[in-house]
Design a protein around this ligand. Structure first.
Ligand code: ADP
Ligand code: ASP
Ligand code: MG
Length: 443
């Protein structure tokens, strides 16, 4: 079996959905299990609709119209998705009456995106002569913990998934992004989480390969929307791809590679709009290129926290207290540096100001706290960085020439990355400067 995952960008229009179906048709002999995201920007729209409901406004017109157009253009019957739209509307009325929107309710509301897309695409497949049925991932055994909006799959689910999938005859069209906790609440795996679902299913069924179909020719030397000169990377190692996703390359969800690595299942990133392009193959074997790194990535909207103690506390104790305070609030730390009296930490991007308020206030008991928001991590990734001496100087010079001062430079012990901090507003010039260096410079 293989897993074929189609992202929202590949399902945005009826024409694109037809392309996805033709790709599935081409692979029928390899018994595809299809994983889908919500169509187009549906998840963003659901989030906006939920927030409006919390303010007392229930308006599903745009969502309904968008899906109705897809249904019409694919010659389907609206009844395929009508019950889901009506459940969504009822739920939104509940939110508007209570003026309350918990993470659990948000997960339930977001789930309609994938539940609708799978019904719609499975019906469209039937129209094209492909025998297919839609399934909720959680009905096939994808159970998670209860961390709403960012749930982690339970470690024991593979046997159940394998057994459930084994009983399906026609092509299973399965919701990405979604799970259920042990209390039966719908959970989601974090934004962009359908990539993760694809590799969870891939590992559970021992798939021959996992295909991630998206809107670019695979993983590239940088985000092509930042620099149009970006080139696709034919091969990446699991470790390089993991680092790349971790440091913000939207093309892969950061957890995607974890299940695939465990089972050594190759992952391919391919372009739905250009299916003959070989895209990127992610495998165990590292490949060294002549460039100083493989890709320049960035993570925007991170937050820098500087904690300075009155020197009564050692740097070690200060670091340990700061990290445990943030960990207690489940705030991830991406970078850390220490000096004798100051600890600097960079937190992940998905925490808003309100969420960080409490842990930051708690840090004040250890010393003076200074918070700088709207920062970005810029990172060069590639196993070529291993053992290189002059590369840091070259990178610094390239960004300094654009008037950018890089802060908090760090390299992990694996030497697969070199990262530093800039302002959000400096992302584009910094990425472009390093990318130009990457394309033109040789080791
Ligand atoms: P999908 O809808 O298929 O899940 P995403 O929008 O999540 O697609 O991911 C694809 C997008 O990721 C591309 O359009 C591109 O702008 C962005 N991206 C960021 N960094 C990279 C990179 N290094 N290589 C390729 N794409 C990248
Ligand atoms: N639909 C979800 C999102 O937009 C999951 C995904 O697309 O992978 O985040
Ligand atoms: Mg995505």
């Amino acid at each position: 079996m293989i897993v074929m995952k189609f992202g929202g960008s590949s399902l945005a229009t009826a024409e694109k959905i037809r392309l996805c179906i033709s790709l599935v048709k081409n692979e029928l002999a390899r018994h595809p299990l299809v994983i889908l995201s919500a169509c187009g920007k549906t998840t963003d729209q659901l989030i906006a609709t939920a927030k409006a409901a919390k303010q007392g406004q229930v308006d599903t017109d745009a969502l309904e119209q968008y899906h109705r157009q897809l249904i019409d253009e694919l010659n389907l019957d609206y009844r395929v998705i009508e019950p889901l739209i009506s459940q969504l509307t009822t739920l939104l009325h509940g939110v508007s009456l209570l003026r309350e929107l918990t993470p659990r309710t948000m997960d339930h509301i977001m789930s309609f995106g994938e539940r609708i897309s799978t019904r719609l695409v499975a019906a469209a497949m039937a129209g094209e002569g492909v025998v297919a049925s839609a399934y909720n991932s959680f009905d096939l055994g994808l159970l998670t913990d209860s961390r709403h909006n960012n749930a982690i799959p339970l470690s024991s689910i593979e046997g159940e998934i394998k057994e459930q999938v084994g009983q399906i005859d026609p092509v299973p069209v399965v919701t990405g992004f979604l799970g259920k906790d042990q209390q039966g609440n719908i959970t989601t795996l974090g934004r962009g989480g359908s990539d993760f679902s694809a590799s969870i299913f891939g590992a559970a069924i021992d798939a021959e390969e996992v295909q991630i179909w998206t809107d670019v020719n695979g993983v590239m030397t940088c985000d092509p929307s930042v620099d149009g000169d970006a080139q696709s990377l034919p091969v990446l190692s699991f470790n390089e791809a993991s680092e790349l996703a971790y440091y913000g390359a939207e093309v892969l969800h950061p957890n995607t590679l974890i299940p695939a690595i465990r089972k050594h299942i190759p992952v391919r990133v391919l372009n739905t709009l250009n299916p003959t392009d070989p895209g990127t193959k992610i495998t165990v074997e590292p490949v060294r290129t002549e460039r100083f790194a493989k890709s320049i990535v960035y993570k925007e909207d991170v937050c820098l926290i500087n904690l300075t103690s009155p020197r009564l506390m050692s740097a070690v104790a200060l670091l340990s207290n700061a990290v445990s305070e943030l960990t207690r609030h489940e705030v991830g730390v991406h970078m850390a540096t220490t000096s004798e009296a100051t600890v600097s930490l960079v937190t992940d991007r998905h925490y808003d100001e309100a969420y960080l308020e409490e842990p930051i206030n708690n840090l004040r008991k250890y010393g003076e706290v200074e918070v700088e928001r709207k920062k970005a991590i810029i990172c060069a990734i590639g196993q070529e960085l291993k053992g290189q001496v002059g590369v840091l100087g070259k990178m610094f010079t390239a960004v300094a020439e654009k008037g950018i001062k890089a802060k908090m430079v760090s390299q992990s012990a694996s030497e697969l990355n070199i990262a530093f901090l800039v302002d959000n507003t400096e992302i584009e010039p910094a990425v472009r400067a390093l990318h130009a260096l990457l394309l033109n410079d040789r080791e």
